[in-house]
Ligand binder design. Structure first.
Ligand code: AMP
Ligand code: MG
Length: 434
């Protein structure tokens, strides 16, 4: 892909330094290239014998620094031979003078060679007075100190962010090889759930989960395929699940189901997956919201069901069967979001070719006391505010994990350990950013 189109994609190749970084001893200050030994005693007067701008090459012999000499140098310019440090211009004064007694008639900072800033005769030599000593190696980065030619700067499996783009750009990679995005099927379940462009009946609700999940999948580096809504009816649910795995052009790498995994009479997802010979890796997590979440895979021999038109049809067109994973996420919107972030996101990242990142929990000071029930690790929508190092967090007012409106004001989740019944205001608490 073109480099910029690769933003958010996962590298399928390592990005390698094509030359040394920096490629030359690079000045990191505007000032004078000097020999540190000449500044053993300060103030010292050095003869200015040249100037290097960024982009100029100081030809040795033409522009080099001998004993008692200095060369004007700009940030990003190569250090001339002979110099072993750079003095910041802020610590210098210059004047044109036939006498190295510049202090009396000095002007701060730059003089211009051949031009008389103080009204001196332009025929005089130019000297710089330096008021501060430097150590060898100060104010420049030696050639190759950041990276050596051939060194891998970004590993395969890294997701390209703006810094990664800068690294690729700096080694001349205008095109990058990236992995295909994994296709993640999203299937909502529930007799009460209707599509978002349909006017819901009095007992119906709109399918927001397919959209939040599709957005989370995209954020995680996947491509979401929304499969619509399955009713709480086993045959249709099974047919739609099979479709997600098998139907041509829809071959998906992962299936996300929402709803139908808790204890209700019509929560059929686990049952139907069981009929499909699914292997479950876990069928619940000690968290709230999201406790009933299930994770597993359907493997070789799939589809296992014998009846149903869709099944027969898709079996004929099935690719070589292999294991594919699914998550059954709880239907409550906040549960869906939290369980995706905690459990499904690393899976999407792995399928994207990425080395999955560890979840990062920040910490902030709690604004007001929390009282809660023990037993489960809780993720409660919260508002992180405050500036710089004074971050403060407060729980959002919410009616539980079905409360979508509460998410509007929230920007993170406070994580409450299972054993805590009460957390005092002022305590530092872990946060999961949204
Ligand atoms: P369930 O997990 O199926 O018991 O659903 C739990 C709650 O989430 C119920 O109040 C459902 O109406 C709601 N819900 C289920 N699926 C969705 C969805 N796709 N979009 C929005 N809310 C949903
Ligand atoms: Mg349901």
């Amino acid at each position: 892909m073109d480099l910029l189109a690769g933003l958010g994609r996962v590298l399928a190749e390592g990005i390698v330094a094509d030359r040394n970084f920096p490629p030359f001893d690079r000045a990191t200050r505007d000032g004078y290239a000097v020999r540190a030994a000449d500044l053993a005693e300060v103030p010292a007067q050095l003869e200015v014998v040249g100037e290097v701008k960024a982009g100029e090459w100081p030809e040795p012999g033409v522009c080099s620094v001998g004993r008692g000499q200095a060369v004007g140098i700009m940030t990003g310019a190569p250090l001339p031979t002979g110099a072993d440090a750079v003095v910041m211009v802020e610590h210098t004064s210059t004047a044109l003078s036939s006498h190295p007694n510049v202090a009396k008639n000095a002007t701060l900072g730059w003089g211009t060679l051949g031009c008389d800033t103080l009204g001196y005769d332009t025929l005089g030599e130019k000297f710089v007075e330096i008021r501060r000593g430097v150590s060898r190696g100060e104010n420049f980065v030696p050639r190759g100190a950041e990276a050596l030619a051939g060194q891998v700067l970004l590993d395969r499996g890294r997701r390209l962010d703006h810094a990664g783009i800068a690294i690729a750009a700096s080694v001349g990679k205008s095109r990058v090889q990236v992995f295909r995005k994994p296709r993640v099927a999203v299937l909502s379940t529930g007799d009460e759930v209707v599509e978002i462009d349909v006017m819901p009946g009095p007992a119906e609700i709109r399918n927001s989960n397919s959209y939040s999940l599709a957005a989370q999948v995209q954020n995680a580096g996947g491509e979401a395929v929304r499969l619509g809504i399955a009713p709480d009816e086993p045959r249709r649910l099974r047919a739609l699940i099979e479709e997600a795995w098998i139907e041509e052009g829809l071959a998906c790498d992962l299936l996300l189901l929402t709803g139908g995994v808790s204890m209700g009479k019509y929560d059929l997802v686990e049952q139907v997956l069981g009929e499909l010979k699914a292997e479950f890796y876990f069928t619940g997590v000690e968290i709230q919201p999201g406790r009933p979440v299930v994770f597993g895979s359907c493997g070789a021999g799939f589809p296992a069901c014998a009846d149903g038109e869709v099944a027969a049809d898709t079996r004929a067109r099935a690719p070589a069967p292999h294991k594919k994973c699914f998550f059954g996420l709880p239907g409550n919107p906040v549960s869906t979001m939290v369980t995706f972030e905690l459990l499904a996101r690393p899976m999407v990242e792995a399928l994207a070719g990425m080395t999955p990142r560890r979840l990062v929990f920040l910490r902030a000071r709690l604004k007001s006391e929390i009282r809660t029930k023990t037993g489960l690790k809780r993720f409660v929508p919260a508002v992180l505010s405050g500036e710089f190092e004074n971050a403060e967090v407060e729980l959002a007012r919410w009616q539980g994990s079905g409360d979508i409106a509460a998410l509007a004001g929230a920007n993170c989740y406070v994580v409450i350990p299972p054993e805590r019944e009460r957390i005092e205001a002022g305590e530092w608490v872990p946060l999961l950013m949204r």
